[in-house]
Design a protein around this ligand. Structure first.
Ligand SMILES: Cc1ncc(COP(=O)(O)O)c(C=O)c1O
Length: 370
């Protein structure tokens, strides 16, 4: 193998490609003298909501806050039960617990790693009030049956789109299926800020007004606090940077899909489970996740070839020490638990060069051979 080194992510390279525009946007905010709740935020809220096809956007401080605020704005709170998956980033669950709700975990579809709608219906209980459906790795869950279950049992639907900016299901963008959706603009996301940021989007004017108040101490007008809120504002610098970056998102996602296509054609037929795209879903490959039988050996070989890999996520949330009280729910999570020890993510980001992509593909093919 050649001596090319491929890190799992490369945010410095990303910055360098767009440096002039980003520097100008930051400088303009600094010069403006207005750093919070200004025109950049208002414009980005409108532009991002319009990009997704939603009526309203509320910029907040992180994706975790977006989940909490979306739930609260939808009326979910103390002792309500919320259905979600366990093969997710911990903040999905942290956001749910932050409103005082309880979590009931649902197993996943083995092919897409997303919530299984049949398992969902089986897990709905008398106290279930909402579903947080995670659009994991950049691919939407099977939303039609998920929405049918929600309708049948009167449940709110909040999409966790932290990994799904630009993903589609049957021609509609992620974030427009339920009562509200939460996005993260963590730097390595498909649309990333240069710090923390997130957004709630919705088509419901009541949810919008509530989310807007909650993120700014519950204020309706200055110093008029009609509900209890928090401080979770997206600052002007992050909003200005995200405005520069949003017009590139579709091209970046296309490049991610191209890279995924190269990996898939290099590895098909080998002893590995590759990502699949089903039911008119447009996968935007926030992560390129495969299942390998001997993960340690595969990752060691990749590392020896100079290619960094990662795991998303090695321990399902209900098996994390902080969430031990949910451990018993493992009996309903056979697929989640069975896949956890085989998951491996290969590097995927728009700035990878053609030779780096070819190198990762060749290394993975070689590491999979016995
Ligand atoms: C699925 C998922 N949900 C929620 C979050 C939380 O987002 P943030 O880190 O912006 O709080 C993340 C990302 O980190 C995520 O991947």
């Amino acid at each position: 193998m050649s001596a090319i080194k491929v890190p799992f992510g490369n945010l410095k390279r990303h910055y360098e490609v767009h440096k002039a525009e980003i520097d100008k946007a930051v400088f303009d905010v600094l010069e403006s003298g207005w750093y919070l709740m200004g025109d950049e935020l208002k414009s980005f809220e409108k532009e991002f909501a319009a990009y997704c096809g939603a009526a309203y956007g509320v910029g907040v401080a992180s994706g975790t806050d977006a989940i909490e605020i979306a739930l609260r704005a939808c009326g979910i709170g103390h002792s309500d039960e919320v259905l979600t998956v366990s093969n997710t980033c911990v903040p999905t669950v942290a956001g749910i617990l932050a409103v005082g709700a309880r979590v009931r975990f649902v197993d996943i579809d083995p092919a897409t790693y997303n919530m299984d709608p049949v398992a969902l219906e089986n897990r709905v209980g008398p106290e279930s009030k909402a579903i947080v459906v995670v659009q994991l790795y950049g691919q939407c869950a099977d939303m039609d049956p998920v929405l049918a279950v929600a309708k049948k049992y009167g449940l709110k639907v909040i999409e966790d789109c932290a990994q799904g900016a630009g993903a589609e299901y049957r021609g509609k963008k992620a974030g427009t299926f339920g009562d509200a959706a939460a996005f993260s603009f963590y730097p390595s996301k498909n649309l990333g800020a240069f710090g923390d940021a997130g957004m709630v989007i919705t088509n419901d004017p009541v949810v919008f007004e509530k989310a807007r108040m909650i993120r700014n101490y519950g204020q309706q007008a200055r110093y008029e606090h009609v509900i209890r809120g928090v401080n979770s504002r997206m600052d002007e610098i992050q909003a200005a940077i995200l405005r520069v970056k949003l017009p590139y998102l579709d091209n970046w996602n296309e490049r991610r899909r191209e890279i995924a296509g190269c990996y898939i054609s290099a590895l098909s037929g080998m002893d590995v489970v590759l990502p699949v795209e089903v039911d008119e879903r447009r996968h935007v490959y926030h992560l390129f996740v495969i299942l390998v039988k001997d993960r340690k050996s595969f990752m060691d070989k990749m590392s020896g070839f100079g290619v960094q890999t990662a795991i998303h996520y090695s321990t399902p949330v209900h098996r994390q020490p902080a969430y031990a009280k949910y451990r018993d729910q493992g009996e309903h999570l056979r697929i989640t638990e069975g896949q956890a020890h085989q998951l491996v993510s290969l590097p995927i980001y728009p700035e990878l060069t053609g030779s780096e992509v070819a190198h990762v593909a060749a290394c993975a093919a070689s590491a999979l051979k016995v």
